[in-house]
Design a binder for this molecule. Structure first.
Ligand SMILES: Cc1ncc(COP(=O)(O)O)c(C=O)c1O
Length: 394
């Protein structure tokens, strides 16, 4: 879309989310009385756990709600450090942990602290759309590295090595990934970190779906490297999307630099959310979250069994997050129109591949399993029925 001429040139390079158009259309249909199954939005359908809400209520009633330190409340930074020790057996000094306004702020600040204008940042394609827009916002260049099923749709060490060129400063990888739910193994993380290190580059690891894995225990890259910048969040596993709270783990000696940026960008992360997050990390909060993780795993398994029956091919097994990336090339070469058609015909809202990059986006779509199993089965049944009427392109 052309940008007003009085705005900065960089604005022309920032893309909106296509999924928002799907969401708007879905809401219009809903307002007209249609039963819509929302599988397009990237947030869990569970409400924030009760112990977390109670802690927020308690804090609002008894504690002053002033700004906190720009790097976060000391007790929360300490609790996050304790959680790394308890969950992963890894020592992360609280001095290296910065509490942020969502992991979005963590990503922007990490990139801002590391990347100069004109420098390049490697990321997998498909991948999380904001990363390339953050990089463009800093007048730097995203390098979208096409990754397919053979690479687990990830920026592997081999892909990073092949794509590294003049001006590359950093690489970003997410495990589990959005939109594919695939993970990088510790050995692959180690190899990717080594590629970056050998080229005087930096690795940014996005672990915001870390707790949401179903075939393996959660892992952190911090157990194998401490020169990686690690982004995490209370949004997904902790189910606190709207509270806008995340964190960044920086290498030794970098906290002060991020503190300066946070002070200037937003002063401090939301104070009520920081109090609430303390309860998310406590045993009672974690028990609720583990039960929900099991439920999400069961949803994934239902979809993995059902989707191939309707011709939605899943080329790499999603091990985490709450997304399945489907190859729908049997039916379309315009995933946006296909998603629009599915919405109108079946009332099921999905995300077109175009949001996630340039690597065959028109042949893919993302399903977010953010609805109960019976609704997921219903969605698959509706889509299956609609597709029966289509001439197959195979
Ligand atoms: C891979 C990834 N990273 C970061 C974010 C940002 O999340 P938040 O700012 O809510 O922590 C998202 C949100 O969907 C995401 O999918």
């Amino acid at each position: 879309m052309p940008v007003r001429p009085d705005l900065a040139q960089r604005m022309a390079r920032i893309a909106p989310f296509e999924v928002m158009e799907v969401l708007d259309a879905a809401r219009r249909l809903e307002a007209a009385g249609r039963d819509i199954i929302h599988l397009e939005v990237g947030e869990p359908d569970f409400p924030t756990p009760e112990p977390v809400i109670d802690a927020a209520r308690q804090a609002l009633a008894t504690r002053p709600m002033f700004y906190t330190s720009a790097v976060g409340m000391p007790e929360l930074r300490e609790a996050i450090a304790g959680w790394y020790a308890a969950s992963f057996g890894v020592t992360v000094p609280m001095e290296r942990i910065v509490v942020t306004a969502g992991s979005s702020a963590a990503l922007l600040m990490a990139l801002g602290a590391l990347v100069n204008p004109g420098e390049r940042v490697l990321m997998s394609d498909p991948g999380y759309p904001c990363n390339r827009n953050f990089v463009r916002f800093l007048d730097a260049e995203p390098v979208l590295v096409p990754s397919g099923p053979a690479d687990g749709y990830q920026l592997t060490a081999a892909l990073a090595r092949g794509a590294w060129g003049v001006g590359v400063r950093a690489a970003i990888a997410a495990s589990p990934s959005n939109p594919t739910g695939t993970c990088l193994d510790p050995t692959e993380w180690a190899a990717l970190a080594a590629v970056c290190r050998a080229r005087d580059g930096v690795l940014i690891a996005d672990e915001i779906y870390q707790g949401l894995v179903y075939d393996r225990p959660p892992e952190t890259v911090l157990s194998i490297a401490d020169d990686v910048w690690v982004v995490n969040s209370f949004s997904k596993y902790f189910q606190m999307t709207g509270w806008r709270l995340g964190w960044l783990v920086v290498p030794d000696g970098c906290t002060r630099e991020i503190e300066k940026v946070a002070q200037n960008l937003y002063i401090s992360a939301p104070t009520p959310a920081q109090h609430a997050a303390l309860a998310a990390l406590a045993p009672e909060g974690l028990a609720v979250l583990e039960a929900r993780r099991a439920e999400l795993g069961a949803r994934r398994d239902v979809l993995l069994a059902e989707l191939p029956k309707i011709g939605f091919a899943v080329r790499a097994r999603p091990q985490g997050a709450f997304y399945i990336y489907c190859d729908v090339s049997e039916f379309t070469d315009d995933s946006f129109r296909f998603v629009e058609w599915l919405l109108e015909t079946t009332g099921v809202a999905l995300t077109p591949g175009r949001d996630f990059g340039d690597a065959a986006p028109e042949q893919h779509l993302r399903i977010a399993y953010t609805q109960p199993v019976d609704r997921l089965r219903e969605a698959v049944a509706r889509i299956g029925l609609a597709l029966e009427g289509l001439p197959s392109r195979a």
